[in-house]
Design a protein around this ligand. Structure first.
Ligand SMILES: [Zn+2]
Ligand SMILES: [Zn+2]
Length: 133
C-alpha cells in the first residue's frame, strides 16, 4: 500500500483511532507520518519503533490508546503490529457490545480487568494459531 499523503513511498505507519465508535485509519510512510504528526505522536512513533508488538513480538505499526483506556478514561500506549491490531479491535468491539448498556459506569469499570484478561488470552491464542508474524 502506498502512502496516502505523498503516494510515493510504501506506507509503514498505520494508525487507527476510534472516536465516538467510528473507526478511522490512516496509512502513511515514515517520513510523512513524522511530518504530519504533532510532537506527541512523533514521540509515540519513536517509541513505536523501539517497541515490539505486545502479542507476537513483531514490528509494531500502532501505538495507540487502547479501547479499554477509552472506557476508563486513562489513556495508555500499547503497541501492536498491523495484523494483531486488526484482530484486537475486532475482538474488542465484539466484547464491548457485550457490556450491559444500562449498567452503571462503576459496573463497567469493574468488568474491565476481566475483559482485559479475556482479550489477552484471546490474542495469545490467536497469535499461536495464525503463526504470525
Ligand atoms: Zn509519504
Ligand atoms: Zn503482532
Amino acid at each position: 500500500m502506498l502512502c496516502e499523503r505523498c503516494q510515493e513511498r510504501e506506507a509503514t505507519c498505520h494508525t487507527t483511532t476510534i472516536v465516538d465508535g467510528i473507526k478511522t485509519s490512516s496509512h502513511l510512510c515514515g517520513d510523512c507520518f513524522e511530518e504530519s504528526a504533532p510532537l506527541e505522536s512523533r514521540e509515540a512513533a519513536a517509541a513505536t519503533r523501539a517497541a515490539h508488538c505486545r502479542y507476537c513480538g513483531g514490528q509494531p505499526c500502532i501505538g495507540g490508546a487502547d479501547l479499554l483506556a477509552m472506557i476508563t478514561g486513562e489513556p495508555r500506549m500499547m503497541f501492536l503490529c498491523l495484523s494483531c491490531s486488526t484482530e484486537f479491535y475486532r475482538f474488542m468491539q465484539e466484547q464491548a457490545q457485550r457490556l450491559p448498556q444500562d449498567s452503571s459506569r462503576q459496573e463497567q469499570l469493574a468488568a474491565i480487568p476481566v475483559l482485559q484478561d479475556e482479550v489477552d488470552r484471546h490474542m495469545q491464542q490467536w497469535v499461536s494459531r495464525s503463526g504470525s508474524p
